[in-house]
Design a binder for this molecule. Structure first.
Ligand SMILES: CC(C)(COP(=O)(O)OP(=O)(O)OC[C@H]1O[C@@H](n2cnc3c(N)ncnc32)[C@H](O)[C@@H]1OP(=O)(O)O)[C@@H](O)C(=O)NCCC(=O)NCCS
Length: 336
C-alpha cells in the first residue's frame, strides 16, 4: 500500500470498536497560573485549551493504553485473544525497549500475539490506522488493534511555559477488522526529517545519550520551536487532506466529519478554514485534554461514538501532524 489508494484490496476493513481513557487528574489553566508566568486568558486565546489530564506518578503509558483497549474490546464484543496483532503508537513508551505494545497485549490476555510500537509522534494513529488497514485489506491479519497512548506529562519541563501548557496524557484504541464493505478510502502520509530539532527531546537516544550534564540542562524534556511548528502544521495538514481527497476522487464537501489532531484550536480552525470545512463538522476536544499526541485522534473519535455522532456511511477525514516532522490524512467511511 503506497497511499495512492483506492488500491485494489482482497478484503475490506472497518472499525469494530473504539475506546479511550483519560486520567482522572485535571490540570486547569488556573492550576498552571500558580506555578508559571502565564494566564488563563493567554492560554485560551493562543491554544483554545482550558484543561488537560496528567496521569499519576505510578501510571505508565501501558496503564493508559490498557484501559482504552479494554473499552474498545467491550464495545466491539471481543476478547483480546480475538485480536491478531497489536500496534501501539507512542513517544512515551514504558521503556525505551521492550515495546509497550507487548506489555499491553500480555496484560490484556493475548500473550503470543504479535505486538509492536510505532514512533511517529502526533501522526502515530494516522500511520497506525493506515498500516492496519493495509494489512487487513491484503489479508495478512483479520483483526488488529491500533492504540495511541501518551504520558506526555512525564517528558515536559513543568517550568517551561511554552510547552507545559500544551500537552496532556491519554489513550485511544480502535479495533480494525476484515469486512465486506471497505471503510478505508485512502491516505496520504509524509515526513521531513531535515530539522528534527523543531520538536524533539535532545537527550533521549544514541545521538545524545542521557548524561548527568544533559539532565542538568533539562535536555530530557520536550524542546519545541512553536511558531515554526504552527506554520508547517496548517500547510502540511491542508495539503495532506487535499491530496488524500484527490486520490480518492472526493472533495472537502463530501466530508461529514473532519477529525484533526488536537494540537491547538487555532491550528485546527485555520486548517478547517482552508479546507472550507464548517465548524459544525469539525471535531474538537482540545479544550479539555490539550495535545495528547498520538492519542488525540482516537480519543476524539471515541468521544464522538459516545455521543452517537457517526452514522453509517459518514465520511471521516482524519488529519494529523507532529514531530518528525510527520503528517498524514486518512479517509474513512464509517460503518455502523
Ligand atoms: C506554542 C504556541 C501556542 C505559542 O503561540 P504563539 O502565538 O506562536 O506565541 P509565540 O511563541 O510567538 O510567543 C509570543 C509571546 O508569548 C510568550 N509565551 C509563550 N508561552 C507563553 C505562555 N504559556 N504564557 C504566556 N506567554 C507565553 C512568549 O515568550 C512570547 O513572548 P515575547 O513576545 O515577549 O517574546 C503556538 O506557537 C503553537 O501552538 N505552536 C504549535 C505547537 C504545537 O502544536 N506543537 C505540537 C505539534 S503536534
Amino acid at each position: 500500500m503506497n497511499g495512492r489508494s483506492p488500491a485494489p484490496a482482497l478484503f475490506g476493513a472497518r472499525i469494530a470498536g473504539i475506546g479511550h481513557y483519560a486520567p482522572e487528574h485535571i490540570v486547569s489553566n488556573a492550576d498552571l497560573e500558580k506555578t508559571l508566568d502565564t494566564s488563563d486568558e493567554w492560554i485560551v486565546t493562543r491554544t483554545g485549551m482550558r484543561e488537560r489530564r496528567h496521569a499519576s506518578a505510578d501510571m505508565a503509558v501501558s496503564d493508559l493504553a490498557i484501559r482504552a483497549a479494554e473499552q474498545a474490546l467491550k464495545r466491539g464484543g471481543y476478547h483480546a485473544t480475538d485480536i491478531d496483532c497489536f500496534i501501539l503508537a507512542t513517544v512515551t513508551p514504558d521503556f525505551a525497549f521492550p515495546a509497550t505494545a507487548c506489555i499491553v497485549a500480555s496484560h490484556l490476555g493475548a500473550t503470543g500475539k504479535p505486538a509492536f510500537d510505532m514512533e511517529i509522534a502526533c501522526s502515530g494513529f494516522i500511520y497506525g490506522l493506515s498500516l492496519a488497514a493495509g494489512m487487513i485489506r491484503s489479508g495478512v491479519f483479520t483483526r488488529m488493534m491500533v492504540i495511541g497512548a501518551e504520558k506526555l506529562s512525564g517528558i515536559m519541563n513543568m517550568e517551561d511555559r511554552a510547552t507545559a501548557i500544551l500537552f496532556g496524557d491519554g489513550a485511544g484504541a480502535a479495533i480494525v477488522e476484515r469486512s465486506e464493505q471497505d471503510s478505508f478510502l485512502g491516505c496520504e502520509l509524509g515526513a521531513d526529517g531535515s530539522t528534527p530539532e523543531t520538536l524533539y527531546i535532545p537527550a533521549s537516544g544514541s545521538r545524545k545519550p542521557i548524561t548527568a550534564a544533559a539532565l542538568a540542562a533539562g535536555e530530557q524534556y520536550i524542546h519545541m520551536q512553536g511558531r515554526e511548528i504552527f506554520k508547517s502544521a496548517v500547510t502540511r495538514m491542508v495539503n495532506s487532506a487535499l491530496v488524500a481527497l484527490d486520490r480518492a476522487q472526493l472533495t472537502p464537501s463530501d466530508v461529514r466529519w473532519f477529525v484533526p489532531h488536537q494540537a491547538n484550536k487555532r491550528i485546527i480552525d485555520a486548517t478547517a478554514r482552508q479546507l472550507a470545512m464548517p465548524p459544525e463538522r469539525v471535531l474538537m476536544n482540545v479544550d479539555r485534554y490539550g495535545n495528547t499526541s498520538s492519542a488525540s485522534i482516537p480519543m476524539v473519535m471515541s468521544e464522538a461514538v459516545d455521543r452517537n455522532l457517526f452514522a453509517d456511511g459518514d465520511l471521516l477525514l482524519l488529519s494529523g501532524f507532529g514531530g518528525g516532522l510527520s503528517w498524514g490524512s486518512v479517509l474513512w467511511r464509517w460503518a455502523a
